[in-house]
Ligand binder design. Structure first.
Ligand SMILES: Cc1cc2nc3c(=O)[nH]c(=O)nc-3n(C[C@H](O)[C@H](O)[C@H](O)COP(=O)(O)OP(=O)(O)OC[C@H]3O[C@@H](n4cnc5c(N)ncnc54)[C@H](O)[C@@H]3O)c2cc1C
Length: 517
């Protein structure tokens, strides 16, 4: 039979466990859990509701549950006027609505579960794309490291003084190795961002009286209740036995995982929309940036995100026909002549009017040449559209980086950022005349002057020099391919961002870079 801990009593727990609340906050800060922007927050094993209260006052709608009716009642009272829905639930059979929470949190709970699989799976499935699972628990050591703590506690319980009195109050604590929990989360499609195996749970902070009080309220609450006035004596015996055998380490584990935010690009086939664009007007925004408005002559061009891209198609020299690809795959009829293609950002789409901005990088660029010569009535083929940017609801701030070719996408994305979201940009342009207004974005302009585009690492150096704001970043950018590769390496390997936080694209290739440097 599986042993189970008794439901908790909220009163001693509240007075003995402020450290547990603090570690929960610490884990959420570490996760960059978007603590100020709100969303939906699930607290599994909510205890007496301190965290539910803290998150509800930070604009989260909180769903809190606990095995113990007394804890749930304490949570309800504490959060009476807040958006907190507390209910009694046994996490062995945890059920949460799927794809519903920006943060699912559980601290110091799953070691009470004989089998944590159902709970961990339910927590993973409850996250939205970009959503976080933040888990902390004790006894998270690897299986090969054994479970000395349980063995020692059981040896104390087996002593004549306690055996009879504790026969109905077993030590029902279970080992859930951190690597196995991380694997479970991965199997549910989450990226594991952080694993820690020696979290200081601040029980007592070195004060023996506080340590005893904390253990009595949490780890040994079942035995404490059964022993009444003798509880302290029992707990002291346990502490001594653990110290003597070197088994006091609770192996507090912390795992933070995140559901990737890239579902849309993965499921969309390309191109779903195939057709023609007819130039309706042209306008030079600056000496090097030309805006062209097109009338879309194609069904189903329905971008869902800012800065989606299309691939434009036009006949090569000597050919005169635009031949379109098949819908759903980039394949052309056998009789198609030679054609040019290039990627282009949808700056905006309003009804059948598509706006795109073309960087005029001189006579050598084919698309650039086409754009420089374009006039109303000209037609170009296209297939589209591709999603590249999906906003990360858990991001605290956004970093943009790139050259002029990325300016259209940066401007399109910047215009859709939620009010108040911090955004920082590092953008290289030729000179003052090429700067554009990016609203509230804090832009660090790099003026290239006579230097050729795509030469030198000024963008990366400027990003290196930035002091990153606190919290979780989402990065977007584009530019010359080899410079962008180096920038990506810096962000991932030196700044420690995960790959799903960073979308920087090689927009164009500069052949023989070395010659001009
Ligand atoms: C997803 C995506 C979205 C893009 N969106 C836009 C957009 O909205 N607007 C836009 O202007 N560009 C955009 N680009 C970049 C654009 O597709 C390339 O700059 C383009 O392929 C250049 O095409 P081209 O036919 O003019 O030059 P190519 O014929 O491809 O290149 C000819 C020569 O020009 C050089 N060259 C090409 N681009 C540049 C450059 N930028 N600066 C200096 N030399 C260059 C090449 O090295 C080569 O030697 C995007 C690219 C990607 C991948």
């Amino acid at each position: 039979m599986t042993e189970r801990a008794r439901p908790w009593n909220a009163d001693p727990y509240q007075s003995g466990n402020s450290g547990q609340f603090l570690t929960a906050l610490e884990a959420l800060m570490l996760a960059g859990a978007h603590l100020h922007s709100g969303g939906r927050f699930a607290d599994v094993g909510c205890g007496s509701g301190e965290l539910a209260q803290a998150m509800a006052t930070r604009n989260f709608e909180v769903v809190a549950n606990d095995y113990s009716p007394s804890m749930v009642e304490a949570t309800r009272q504490r959060c009476a006027d807040l958006p907190v829905e507390a209910s009694v639930q046994d996490a062995h059979e945890l059920s949460l609505p799927e794809n519903s929470f920006q943060v699912v949190h559980s601290s110091w709970m799953i070691h009470w579960l004989s089998d944590a699989t159902t709970a961990v799976r339910a927590m993973a499935r409850a996250t939205t794309p970009g959503g976080l699972v933040v888990l902390q628990w004790s006894c998270g050591q690897k299986r090969a490291d054994g479970f000395a703590l349980r063995d020692v506690v059981n040896s104390v319980i087996a002593r004549p003084a306690w055996q009879e009195r504790l026969k109905d109050a077993p030590f029902a604590t279970y080992q859930h190795p951190h690597d196995e929990v991380a694997d479970l989360l991965r199997a549910e499609g989450l990226d594991v961002l952080h694993v820690e195996t020696d979290v200081q749970a601040q029980e007592g902070n070195g004060d023996p009286e506080a340590l005893r009080r904390g253990l009595k309220a949490a780890a040994f609450h079942t035995q404490a209740e059964a022993l009444g006035d003798d509880a302290d004596k029992f707990i002291d015996e346990v502490i001594h036995a653990l110290l003597d055998s070197g088994a006091l380490n609770p192996h507090n584990a912390r795992v933070i995982a995140r559901r990737p935010n890239v579902t849309q690009p993965a499921v969309r086939r390309f191109p779903l929309s195939v057709g023609h664009l007819e130039v309706s007007s042209v306008e030079n925004l600056s000496p090097l940036m030309r805006r062209i408005r097109f009338r879309v002559d194609a069904p189903k061009l329905e971008p869902s995100q800012p800065a989606e891209t299309i691939t434009v198609i036009w006949p090569a020299e000597g050919a005169d026909q635009i031949v379109l690809p098949e819908i759903g795959r980039w394949r052309f009829p056998a009789n198609a002549g030679r054609q040019h293609t290039a990627n282009l950002t949808i700056r905006s789409l309003d009804g059948d009017q598509l706006t795109a901005d073309f960087f005029l990088h001189g006579e050598h660029g084919r698309m650039s040449r086409w754009a420089a010569a374009a006039k109303p009535g000209d037609r170009i083929g296209f297939g589209g559209s591709r999603v590249h940017w999906v906003p990360d609801p858990t991001a605290d701030w956004v970093l943009f980086a790139g050259d002029e070719t990325a300016l259209p996408s940066i401007a399109a994305i910047a215009a859709t950022l939620p009010a108040g979201q911090r955004a920082v940009a590092v953008i290289e342009v030729r000179d003052e005349a090429e700067k554009i207004d990016l609203g509230d974005v804090e832009v660090h302009w790099i003026l290239r002057g006579d230097r050729e585009p795509g030469v030198g690492d000024a963008i990366e150096q400027a990003v290196r020099g930035l002091e990153f704001p606190q919290g979780r970043a989402q990065v977007w950018g584009g530019g010359e391919s080899s410079l962008i590769r180096s920038l990506r390496r810096h962000l991932v390997h030196e700044r420690g961002l995960t790959r799903d936080q960073v979308c920087v694209l090689g927009y164009w290739n500069r052949p023989n870079r070395g010659e001009s440097q």
